[in-house]
Design a protein around this ligand. Sequence first.
Ligand code: SF4
Length: 186
Amino acid sequence: MFRQTTNYNWLFMGTILFFTLGLVHIVFSWLGLICMVTPFIMAIRTGKKPWCSQPYCPRAYFFIRFLSRFSLNKKAPEGLFSEKTKQLVLRLFCINLFFAGMSTLMVYLGRLEPMLYVRFLMAFPMPFELPQILSLDLPAYLIHASYRLYSIMFTSTIIGLILGLLFKPRTWCGICPIQTLTSVKR
Ligand code: SF4
């Protein structure tokens, strides 16, 4: 389904760096926006989707690197890559972004306590804390938004790892919202 190159294998480090920097200080999770915005800039400039097809995506290399040996490589069920599934994942992603944005606004307005923890699928708080080695005096809404960004990346990476373990390493790419959105015909 996807081309696999060796030129940019080192990009898998980007995913490790992202999650590691989150342990240093959660505000580094804003770096995740690079992976959310760059695919669209590339798609607009080239009319194609080089971020996913080359790929340049650190997460794609992360899945290849860590799952190639362990993946069961089972055939994915019919329907996993259907338009319905892609649209469902895309909607969940948009709802997640919407709630992240709205809750940040509520924290900014003082109507909501900041949620200073990682959540899986928006609803499930994780039973661990990120250590936060750096101590920075930043506004609560910024820290809240940082945790929400980290949670979005964390959720999709965990789902991608589960799918990649069961099926092909890059199975997540078949339903990834970035891929779905950059595939829209212009
Ligand atoms: S589909 Fe998603 S995870 Fe896969 S290469 Fe594209 S952006 Fe990265």
